[in-house]
Design a protein. Structure first.
Length: 83
């Protein structure tokens, strides 16, 4: 149990990597990283990728933007209704 908790503690460098990835992914998606309605969802995606072992901000940003674009497209289809 303790080792799982230990994995959720981030260093200053870890936070910097994730923040950089979030800004980069937001730019890829052409979104404001703080005010966009799905900014927190994108941040959770980035944290999940980081927790899975990804450490390069650019790689994280690209993967997170790809995943977020897919999720957003599904939501847009759902919200728009399928005829």
């Amino acid at each position: 149990m303790f080792s799982k908790l230990e994995n959720l503690i981030y260093s200053t460098e870890d936070w910097a990597t994730m923040q950089t990835a979030h800004r980069m992914a937001s730019a890829i998606l052409n979104r404001d990283p703080t005010t966009h309605e799905n900014a927190e969802r994108l941040a959770r995606c980035i944290m999940k990728l980081f927790d899975q072992g990804m450490r390069d901000a650019k790689d994280i940003a690209l993967k997170a933007a790809e995943q977020e674009a897919s999720v957003s497209a599904i939501g847009d289809e759902r919200d728009g209704g399928i005829s």
